[in-house]
Design a protein around this ligand. Sequence first.
Ligand SMILES: Cc1cc2nc3c(=O)[nH]c(=O)nc-3n(C[C@H](O)[C@H](O)[C@H](O)COP(=O)(O)OP(=O)(O)OC[C@H]3O[C@@H](n4cnc5c(N)ncnc54)[C@H](O)[C@@H]3O)c2cc1C
Length: 433
Amino acid sequence: MDLLYANDTPGTHPDSYYAATATHAIAHPRLDADINCDVCVIGAGYTGLSAALHCAEQGLDVVVIEAHRIGWGASGRNGGQLGSGQRQDQDALERMLGLQTARQLWDLAEEAKRLVHVLIDRHAIDCNYRPGIMYLDHRQRFVGASRAYAEKLRDEYGYANVRYMDLEDVRSLVASHGYFGGTLDTGAGHLHPLNYALGLAKAAAGAGARIFENTRAVKVDPGATIRVQTEHANIRAQFALLACNGYVGDLNAAVSARVMPINNFIIATEPLDTELAQSLIGNDAAVADSRNVVNYFRLSRDNRLLFGGGENYGYKFPADIKSFVRKPMLRVYPQLEKVRIDYGWGGTLGITVNRMPDLARLAPNLLSASGYSGHGVGVATLCGRLAAEAIGGTAARFDLMASVPNPRFPGGSALRTPLLALAMLYYSLMDMI
Ligand SMILES: Cc1cc2nc3c(=O)[nH]c(=O)nc-3n(C[C@H](O)[C@H](O)[C@H](O)COP(=O)(O)OP(=O)(O)OC[C@H]3O[C@@H](n4cnc5c(N)ncnc54)[C@H](O)[C@@H]3O)c2cc1C
């Protein structure tokens, strides 16, 4: 099934809270005539837009093509959480890659957060950034590990922005009986994801990148000059970047063997009165919980609860996303029983076997960056910049990320979805124990 067309109206953002509150959305034309450029970027999410901006700032002639609209993919639909570190925690990275590489990856992730702030400031991107993410434990037995991890980050990584929260702390900020402790990271935060993507696009266009929407790459022919075929015209480029994430599909078999699409869903309640909203989350931080099938939530600028949860592992979104996500929301906040749900939408993200990004040099002049496994707001922005650095001739940091091994999913494209469904069923059962 072609995920670019499986669930949404082509050429239109989904009916999300984000689309309803989008600012600086500029329509870009479809590519109808052959063109040449230095760099062709395929996909206008954070990866592609950041790469385009940073390439254009180097004076390169950049073309971005997007099958639908700017931020139409995960970048315009996500939970908006700008988290610290990589998707894997430092303990896992140290075990997987050794201390030195784990530290380098931590530093890169810190740079990713800084980069997002710099871009927001420099390009005056109105995306309502607010500090703070609480990571909350839904089991008492997880609380000790949360405390130890906050101490590890402080003592071994010099990261002082995260602190342990005990039960009393949590209950004073979050009116739910579902959590027993956790951590608060004030160096992390949350933002309006689509407006951030639209702001990046405006910045890239301002730096000279040419952006084409409703322009799907159907084939990439490698060579000294790469030819990117779209439905209506061809692009000849010295370099190309695949920034297609969970939607890469048949465009590149090597990438899609390592980056698997999964769907995730968010709802937005009606605007809540201030007292109720502040009882749900008293410090305006975002929340992510300790479940394998994570619940994540935060307040919007207009006091809605934006609640993400529930995954499905077929390719189709559930018919009624609002009811699908309302269930986990009511398990956390039963007091919202009578609250209306105004929006419900789904998104497709790219995950990898080891939950680390998949950066690859598919040919000397053909790069790919994707597979952020649900942790891409900062890291995808950074990886776009690393791709731009590599295209500009400085590949060390791109190569460091690319050196993190990412095996292929077992089962090939026919079997991997049923296998993943089984694995995820197992993990969602574990959440209940
Ligand atoms: C529901 C949800 C919640 C999430 N929550 C968070 C969160 O809170 N924090 C966090 O850090 N991360 C989160 N993520 C992950 C994050 O959104 C992604 O990691 C990030 O947006 C990836 O950016 P990207 O540019 O690589 O991919 P995308 O934003 O998916 O962009 C890829 C683009 O490529 C285009 N494309 C694909 N194929 C072609 C083609 N052949 N031709 C032309 N265009 C093509 C697509 O249309 C799409 O617009 C979430 C994801 C989802 C879906």
